[in-house]
Ligand binder design. Structure first.
Ligand code: NDP
Length: 318
């Protein structure tokens, strides 16, 4: 383990306390309005020093919340492993200033115990995440998706026990439909481990959490809501205005397919661009601003493949 830290965080990092943070539901936790997600651009498939620069830039500007899942990065798990190295080399002195989340739910290892919502899987997965990230605990642990074949009591009881074992401080739920979310809220509240936050996909092109009543439910119940893919994986930026750059997510044709770049989308983007010009905002800033303006949204989790992108996104709120 490195003992001589070469990274000294900016002394200005909390100079925007009044505007940078939102209370997470009715909890004691403040989260930055813009959080950083480690799904893409932080695995072994990305240059480590670029990932380090983005992470440092985030923290230097008050982004205290970093979002992971067991399977992030290529290969799966490498985003957490690389962050473990960053913990040892850069961030160990700042552990108590960081709010780190991870999740389990999607396929992570072979065999019957490597995905979904069993106690067996959740417990083992969090232990693996902690080892990869070189952490004693995460601040927040999520069930990453609803498992229709596991009793929700089994999944939720595992979350409660994880908190009671000190391996996570808070629990969250991601991608669950409304009815099981309501049941989970009751179950967890009765056990004094209230649901801190719901993580769902919300952006100008995907409004399901609003349409399905999830955002309203969270607000009414005092549960935070954090929006993932607020830029629709980059669609809601200037990235694809003039084609598909070879270093972009769309060029990989995996999670973001080029058939999403339709004439209708380009028309929509040009309208957003024109709308933003009036207020001096980029397309990305217009898109993030829209999500943050929805009543009940605590934070947006942005991805970034460069410091410049993150800087542009943070200018939405700074
Ligand atoms: P975004 O919608 O923010 O998309 C990020 C991508 O958009 C970047 O990788 C980059 O693309 C492009 N981009 C970002 N900022 C700019 C900018 N200012 N100008 C131009 N292009 C820009 O989010 P993600 O889809 O990456 O998701 C964010 C996080 O949400 C994840 O890391 C993860 O933590 C979480 N998440 C959770 C899920 C869940 O099931 N709970 C599912 C998905 C995500 P490029 O890389 O091509 O440059």
């Amino acid at each position: 383990m490195a003992t001589n830290f070469t990274y000294l965080a900016s002394s200005e990092r909390y100079s925007h306390m009044a505007t940078m943070y939102n209370r997470c539901g009715k909890s004691g936790v403040l989260l930055p309005k813009v959080s950083l997600g480690f799904w893409h651009n932080f695995g072994d498939d990305a240059p480590f020093e670029r990932s380090r620069a983005i992470t440092r830039y985030a923290f230097d500007h008050g982004v205290t919340h970093f979002d992971f899942a067991n399977n992030y990065g290529v290969p799966a798990g490498s985003a957490e492993t690389n962050f473990g190295r960053l913990m040892d080399e850069d961030f160990r002195p700042y552990r108590d200033e960081l709010f780190i989340s991870s999740k389990a739910g999607y396929g992570m290892w072979d065999g019957p115990y490597g995905e979904w919502g069993s106690r067996k899987y959740l417990m083992a997965s969090l232990d693996q995440s902690l080892r990869r990230m070189r952490l004693d605990y995460v601040d927040l642990f999520y069930s990453h998706r609803y498992d229709p074949n596991t009793p929700i009591e089994e999944t939720l009881h595992a979350l409660v026990d994880i908190v009671q074992a000190g391996k996570a401080l808070y629990v969250g739920i991601s991608n669950w439909p409304l009815e099981p979310l309501k049941a989970a809220t009751r179950y967890l509240r009765e056990r004094d481990v209230p649901l801190l936050i719901y993580q769902g996909r919300l952006n100008m092109l995907n409004r399901e959490p609003i349409e399905e009543g999830i955002l309203d439910f969270c607000r009414e119940e005092g549960i935070g809501f954090i929006a993932y893919s607020p830029l629709a994986q980059g669609l809601l930026t200037d990235r694809y205005l003039n084609g598909v750059p070879s270093d972009s997510r769309m060029a990989q044709e995996h999670f973001l397919k080029s058939d999403r770049r339709t004439p209708e989308l380009l028309h929509y983007l040009h309208e957003l661009e024109a709308q933003g010009k009036a207020s001096g905002r980029s397309i990305a800033q217009e898109a993030l601003n829209w999500v943050l303006a929805q009543n009940g949204v605590t934070s947006v989790i942005v991805g970034a493949s460069s410091v410049e992108q993150l800087k542009n996104n943070l200018e939405t709120i700074l």
